[in-house]
Design a protein around this ligand. Structure first.
Ligand code: PEP
Ligand code: MG
Length: 330
């Protein structure tokens, strides 16, 4: 079994019909990069940088401390892409004492709809530019991409790209070197999914955060036990938003990935492949199982079943009916 898993780790994720699929890792701290490589990840699709900001009594990591953390992850990945998401603080991931946030917005009634993620970053411009400079500096050591969480409005895109331009200018002025960095947006708010064509005029790639996309599409708090049974990834509205995001990105020749839990859940692998997805980012422990699934499917057969699944009364049932036979192939 050990030998088989070891072989699997070095086997490229290619479908029966020859489609290469990129299996990336979600990480929380630089030390996880080694775990990602060990699991056979071909890069980091989501580095949740907020974990550098949490569990430290409300004090925030400065530019140099962040730079070292990002550089360590980038160096550990040996030239493979590392997608660093700017802080996604707020809602289910509060700072310990909520420091700055608490001072400004005590007890928001709906924290998931409040000052979180890019909204928080844009409200703390010095903190945001420190983080952007730290990420840019790390890009001198490997292949770095920047990912912006919770983008919902065109105005946020402009402010974010302005902040990035200023961060580059400051590094130029200081004589600090940095590399080419692609910039992408998380698609995790329905507004972003519906406007993704517009968003892609300004971004190099998008990554679908299905955890929040489901939460916001269905108006179900993902952390509220009283309604968690209604959190349904198979809801036709959710599937429609994901499928449209993937095809809009492809139509524009831009990269698209899924980094929410759906990407690491084998129940959705066929469906996402059917939608045309070729880049999945997940917890490293999920990579082997998803790769085994990828190795056994023919994406032409999956794609042929997609319209029936998307228009079905019960998409989960229809997917099980249409996709299962493909999976029983050798
Ligand atoms: C998501 O929302 O799907 C996602 C990947 O981001 P997070 O779970 O960190 O909010
Ligand atoms: Mg999210």
């Amino acid at each position: 079994e050990r030998a088989r898993l070891n072989r699997l780790r070095h086997t490229p994720a290619v479908t029966l019909d020859g489609q290469a699929v990129e299996l990336l890792a979600n990480i929380e701290l630089p030390g996880d990069a080694a775990v990602a490589l060990e699991a056979g990840a071909v890069g980091v699709g989501l580095f949740r940088s907020e974990f550098l900001f949490m569990n430290r009594g409300g004090d925030l990591p400065g530019e140099d401390e962040q730079f070292v953390a990002y550089r360590d992850a980038v160096v550990a990945m040996q030239g493979l892409p590392v997608t660093i998401r700017t802080v996604d603080i707020g809602a289910d991931k509060p700072l310990d004492r909520m420091s700055l946030q608490e001072l400004r917005h005590e007890h928001a009634l709906n924290p998931a709809l409040g000052l979180r993620a890019i909204r928080w970053s844009l409200s703390e411009p010095d903190m945001f530019r420190q983080q952007l400079r730290a990420i840019l500096r790390a890009s001198a050591y490997g292949n770095v991409r920047i990912l912006i969480p919770m983008v919902a409005h065109m105005g946020e895109i402009r402010l974010t790209l302005d902040a990035l331009a200023r961060a580059r200018q400051q590094l130029d002025d200081a004589g600090c070197s940095y590399g080419q960095v692609q910039v992408g947006a998380m698609i995790e708010v329905p507004a972003a999914a519906l406007a993704v064509g517009r968003f892609l005029d300004h971004f190099d790639f998008v990554s679908v955060g299905t955890n929040d996309l489901i939460q916001y599409t269905l108006a179900i708090d993902r952390s509220d036990d009283a309604v968690s049974h209604l959190f349904d990834p198979w809801h036709p509205a959710v599937l429609r938003l994901i499928a449209d995001t993937i095809s809009q990105a492809h139509a524009r020749g831009k990269g698209v990935s899924v980094c929410g839990e759906m990407a690491g859940d084998a129940a959705f692998t066929d469906l996402l492949l059917a939608m045309g997805l070729r880049s999945f980012s997940m917890h490293p422990a999920r990579i082997a199982a998803i790769k085994q699934r990828v190795l056994r499917v023919d994406t032409r057969r999956l794609a042929a079943g997609l319209p029936a699944v998307l228009s079905a009364e019960d998409p989960a049932l229809e997917a099980a009916r249409l996709f299962a036979p493909v999976l029983s192939a050798p």
